[in-house]
Design a protein around this ligand. Structure first.
Ligand SMILES: [Zn+2]
Length: 168
């Protein structure tokens, strides 16, 4: 059983550390993945001081990339840590899993990236339609918002200097 759970972790989160799969439940329309964070603490997002003082825990339900036509939802147990820095303005904070979650995120990072790619290729309305076909129900404004949240691409350095630039 333990070996199966380890292989599920490799299958579902191949490049993500500090997450363990507890169980996977498959129904007709949905896959539910119960998982938890396994890091030995987290850095405060305000002061960056490391803390392992657990203040509590709760479940988050980020949507993930669909699997075999079924929508996938994580039931992810996350911990709230108390900041150890007495001068910090933040008293507690919730751990995040790099590459998987972000603060207040309703989708995993890979689902965000997938929807943003769909939005870049098709824009809002068609992007939302394709996403629905793929098993993710989002509005066109959500698709556009995810595209809008992408970092600006870096402008390539000019390869040829024109006469005007040369004169100055
Ligand atoms: Zn802090």
């Amino acid at each position: 059983m333990e070996e199966i759970v380890l292989r599920l972790k490799e299958l579902l989160f191949p490049s993500i550390a500090d997450v363990a799969v507890l169980s996977v439940d498959v129904s007709i329309a949905m896959v539910r993945v119960d998982a938890e964070c396994t890091g030995n603490g987290a850095a405060c997002p305000t002061c960056r001081v490391w803390s392992d003082r657990v203040h509590g825990s709760y479940l988050r339900f980020p949507a993930d990339v669909p699997s075999a036509g079924r929508s996938v939802v994580l039931h992810l147990k996350v911990r709230r840590f108390a900041c150890r820095n007495s001068e910090c303005t933040r008293r507690t904070f919730v751990e995040q899993i790099p590459g998987l979650t972000r603060r207040h995120g309703q989708r995993t990072e890979r689902l965000r990236a997938t929807l943003a790619s769909v939005g870049l290729a098709l824009a809002g309305r068609a992007g939302a339609r394709l996403s629905s076909t793929l098993g993710v129900c989002v509005s066109r404004s959500t698709v556009l918002r995810l595209v809008d949240a992408l970092p600006e691409p870096e402008a390539p350095a000019p390869r040829v200097v024109g006469v005007d630039e040369y004169a100055t």
